[in-house]
Design a protein around this ligand. Structure first.
Ligand code: TMP
Length: 205
């Protein structure tokens, strides 16, 4: 039976990862792969409701509550979408996953990273991505890309987003085998060439 793959796309808001994930999906489908696209927060179904709360709720949300909502969405995504698709030999491309919680709630909000990693492990039941691509970009450029209309997370401020960016770079250093960093300030075509190269290297492993 064909082996499935689980690939996650990570990076700051406005880093261009959603454009890249769609390009990779199209590229892989043209090569005959069966691809499933999902995202966190906001996987199809219940996840969409959780995303709505996380990004648009305008009352007070405690940092721990925020973390648990992301984690609940993650458990649902893994159980209902990711695991069945990978078991069926498909390639799952996921827009954000475990490293977002370490970067945003850990480095960004300042929650204990060891505990976040433990909670991630519970939410995913121990499954880890086969490959993670981090799209790295300076905060000034990424915030320009986001524009004036910001959601709850995007409105968290420049210092928060700097911590998130540096957090991703730290995380990538900790797991160089799984996590590859791409310069997301380059043009869409150049970034995508890098994404393809990284994908094919993973496939050869
Ligand atoms: P998106 O706009 O890339 O879909 O991401 C939604 C926002 O949620 C983005 O600002 C990052 C944030 N986020 C976290 O803070 N923690 C998480 O665990 C996840 C998955 C996303």
């Amino acid at each position: 039976m064909k082996k499935g793959l689980f690939i996650t796309f990570e990076g700051a808001d406005g880093c261009g990862k959603t454009t890249q994930i769609n390009l990779l999906k199209e590229y892989l489908e043209n090569q005959g792969y069966e691809v499933v696209l999902t995202r966190e927060p906001g996987a199809k179904g219940l996840g969409e409701k959780v995303r709505e709360i996380l990004l648009n709720y305008d009352g007070v949300v405690s940092d721990r509550c925020e973390s648990f909502l992301f984690l609940a969405d993650r458990a649902q995504n893994i159980d209902i979408i990711v695991n069945p698709a990978v078991a069926a030999g498909k390639i799952v491309l996921c827009d954000r996953h475990i490293d977002s919680t370490v970067a945003y709630q850990g480095f960004g909000r300042g929650l204990d990273r060891k505990r976040i990693k433990m909670l991630n492990d519970i939410a995913t039941n121990g499954r880890k991505p086969d490959l993670t691509i981090v799209f790295d970009i300076d905060v000034e450029t990424s915030m320009k890309r986001v524009g004036k209309e910001k959601d709850r997370m995007e409105s968290a401020g420049i210092e928060f987003h700097n911590r998130v960016r540096n957090g991703y770079l730290e995380i990538a250093k900790e797991e160089p085998e799984r996590i590859k960093v791409v310069n997301a300030a380059a043009s869409i075509d150049v970034v995508f060439e890098n994404v393809k190269t990284i994908f094919h290297k993973t496939l050869q492993k």
